[in-house]
Design a protein around this ligand. Structure first.
Ligand code: MG
Ligand code: ZN
Length: 383
């Protein structure tokens, strides 16, 4: 009898718990997500920005993959209120939707910021009709500027790929690797060695790169000390490890790229990606996000140090989209702690911030399309 009573009461508690959960779900789905729209449209007044317009000779374009405002604030909280990013005074917002989807992926987002066109998710440097669109990096090469790509993922992964490759789908890693042979880029550093060597077509792209005059390096010590010539740094078979393992790979690679590109007479265009903020978001892992966010911020520090000395350098920091629907429900700036909550394991559609520093920075305030960013850069560089 006692046993039966026990089972009954446990069942009742379970039932009540399930009911409570269902109730919470009903609230979340039917009440909190509800917006009835408005018929009261109104005019918005325009204001003139009085800042002077100067033109840079170098542009460093930094992309935190999956880096929304909450990811930045998580990093800021973890570092007790301080980020290199706090130096930026010209700030705007970028609309990230792709041509077909409210929620972009990194391929369409990267293509938008490299080519200035909205395209379908998974597209690499091609438009909606799968036609190649010249990237900002390719235009810089045509103008005899120096060019570079640095990433903590594989260099063939969507974000860096969108600046140099033209393929209908982001998962065509071997075709994307082959596209690196089609452009006269000066330096690229990231993972992806296997996409250049272990290929279905039997080509060895490392030997082909060497024939084109590149030095191909795999270890960070050699990359750190490389100071003249063309460099292909392939630092992992596929993606680089997370920051606790790869250490200061991003900062060191960024510094090496700057050492090489600053020798260019006609200026340079460099894209630097903090790839794995996104992966922390997909994993709903706040520790992963904070670590990768702070690593990216330190790379921003390397870049700001360069830009502060070389006054002709415009620095743009933005994201392709937010990942995880992250928010912070509790936090403490004094001890760097916080409690995170996620709404999804995917990307979200919210605006992402755009930070600008240096000549031309005043062009990057307000709300803009992600496709406006390369257009603005091209205008400033005269591409
Ligand atoms: Mg990426
Ligand atoms: Zn992602």
């Amino acid at each position: 009898m006692k046993k039966i009573l026990f089972i009954l009461s446990v069942s009742l508690i379970n039932l009540m718990t399930i009911e409570a959960q269902d109730y919470a779900k009903v609230i979340a789905k039917d009440s909190l997500k509800q917006y009835n729209g408005s018929k009261n449209f109104y005019e918005v007044k325009s204001y003139n920005d009085q800042s002077t317009t100067q033109k840079p000779t170098n542009v460093i374009f930094m992309i935190g993959d999956g880096m929304g405002v909450a990811q930045i604030y998580a990093g800021m909280t973890a570092n007790k209120g301080h980020l290199f990013l706090n130096n930026f005074k010209h700030i705007g917002f970028s609309l990230t939707y792709s041509s077909e989807d409210y929620i972009t992926d990194s391929a369409a987002g990267g293509t938008a910021m490299a080519c200035g066109v909205k395209t379908y998710n998974a597209a690499i440097g091609v438009d909606n009709d799968k036609k190649p669109v010249k990237t900002i990096l390719e235009k810089a090469v045509e103008k005899k500027m120096g060019t570079g790509l640095v990433s903590t993922s594989a260099i063939t992964h969507a974000t860096p790929a969108a600046f140099i490759a033209h393929q209908p789908h982001r998962n065509m890693y071997e075709d994307i690797a082959a596209d690196f042979l089609e452009t006269d880029i000066d330096v690229f550093i990231g993972g992806g060695y296997d996409h250049f060597t272990k290929r279905k077509d039997g080509r060895n792209l490392v030997s082909e790169l060497e024939k084109k005059g590149y030095i191909v390096l795999q270890d960070m010590h050699s990359i750190e000390h490389f100071n003249s010539g063309k460099l292909a740094g392939l630092t992992a078979p596929e993606h680089n490890e997370r920051v606790s393992v790869r250490k200061d790979m991003l900062q060191t690679s960024t510094q090496t790229a700057l050492n090489l590109l600053s020798q260019k007479k006609k200026g340079f265009f460099l894209m630097v990606e903090g790839s794995q903020i996104d992966w922390g978001g997909h994993a709903n892992d706040i520790t992963y996000i904070v670590e990768e966010m702070l690593d990216f911020d330190k790379a921003i520090g390397v870049v700001l140090e360069f830009a502060a000395n070389n006054k002709n350098t415009l620095v743009i920091v933005t994201a392709d989209h937010e990942t995880g629907g992250l928010t912070l429900n509790k936090g403490n700036m004094a001890d760097g702690s916080m409690i995170a909550e996620f709404t999804t394991g995917s990307h979200t559609g919210v605006m992402v911030p755009v930070f600008a520093f240096g000549p031309g920075a005043n062009q990057f305030t307000g709300v803009m399309e992600n496709t406006d960013i390369p257009k603005k850069i091209e205008k400033l560089l005269g591409l």
